[in-house]
Ligand binder design. Structure first.
Ligand SMILES: [Zn+2]
Length: 323
């Protein structure tokens, strides 16, 4: 990691300060879907546009990923599964469980997005912090997809980095409102990867897969209780595990206006959450990579919500003097 300054030692930089955050995006992420489809696929394209228009990011901060190499994807996903998906040969029930059609553009964006999370993680290891304007497909298991998740980008990234010796220990902080069952299933027997999931207990998936640490919350949990639940556990987990990298799923579906969420977070609550997680990692000199995770609402309010973690990351990168 680059040299950094502790939070307390550093006053807020002026607006004219350097923009230092590294971000990852590909123009093929928003693959076309039938207009009646309920997945908000345009959000990736609109998120990049919003971040540029509002000068949260500049175009030269955004890197374009390559597709995940097959040998890397196969560290998590079975060849029989990824081939059947990529050739549109999954059974109807397997396809229905995913909820997305295996069109050519969709297949392409699926391979790209996993490559994007891997690139984001490597940028975080290099620079201290980096953000993917996609990712967080945490319901994907090694042999099947589920709930709009086809390949598990965070699990694949974690496994590749570990196998390559790029990290020795890794923590997944999954704050999407749905439990991170796919990621938990991938690492049930991997002590070097710790999985932490904070989610609405009554929400999808019906059958949870135990993470190393699960924090299930009651319906209608609001900002203060939610933030207390994370603040009570995360610092201790970081101190105990001392990971070389945090992979942070900053899903915005805990928001009170989310169609699938069941929790009651405000915009301010999401911002405080993201600051809390980023600060907890960075003040311990632990690099952190973010993915946007889930969110279900009208497009523009949703995109604004996904921008929160990027804004928080820009702010924290400045506070900690990362470049
Ligand atoms: Zn979700």
């Amino acid at each position: 990691m680059a040299q950094r300054t502790k939070h307390e030692d550093c006053s807020l930089p002026t607006a004219a300060g350097p923009l230092t955050l590294h971000a990852v995006y590909h123009e093929l992420y928003s693959a076309p879907l039938p207009s009646t489809h309920r997945f908000p696929m345009a959000k990736f394209r609109l998120l990049r546009r919003l971040l540029l228009d509002e000068q949260v990011l500049q175009a030269n901060q955004i890197r374009r990923p390559l597709s995940i190499p097959r040998r890397d994807l196969e560290r998590i996903h079975r060849r029989s599964y990824h081939q059947a998906f990529s050739r549109d040969q999954l059974s109807r029930s397997e396809q229905r469980r995913i909820g997305l059609p295996a069109t050519r553009p969709l297949v392409q964006r699926t391979w790209l997005s996993v490559g994007g999370t891997l690139l984001t993680a490597r940028l975080a290891l290099q620079h201290g912090i980096a953000c993917h304007l996609a990712g967080g497909t945490h319901h994907a298991h090694p042999g099947f997809g589920s709930g709009f998740c086809i390949f598990n980008d965070v699990a694949t990234t974690a496994r590749v980095l570990l196998d390559n010796g790029e990290v020795q220990r890794l923590l997944v902080v999954d704050l999407d409102v749905h439990q991170g069952d796919g990621t938990a299933a991938c690492f049930a027997d991997e002590p070097r990867i710790t999985t932490l999931s904070v989610h609405a207990a009554s929400n999808f998936p019906l059958r949870k897969v135990a993470s190393d640490i699960d924090i299930p919350l009651e319906d209608a949990t609001g900002d203060d209780d939610y933030l207390a639940a994370i603040g009570d556990r995360l610092p201790q987990v970081l101190d105990d595990q001392q990971p070389d990298l945090v992979l942070f799923n900053a899903g915005v579906d805990p928001h009170r206006d989310d169609r699938l969420g069941r929790l009651e977070l405000s915009d301010e609550g999401l911002l405080r959450r993201d600051r809390l997680v980023l600060d907890a990692a960075l003040r311990r000199s632990i690099p952190i990579a973010t993915v946007i995770g889930g969110g279900y609402d009208e497009l523009m309010p949703l995109v604004r919500r996904h921008a929160i973690v990027i804004r928080a990351a820009v702010e924290q990168a400045r506070l900690f003097g990362l470049s």
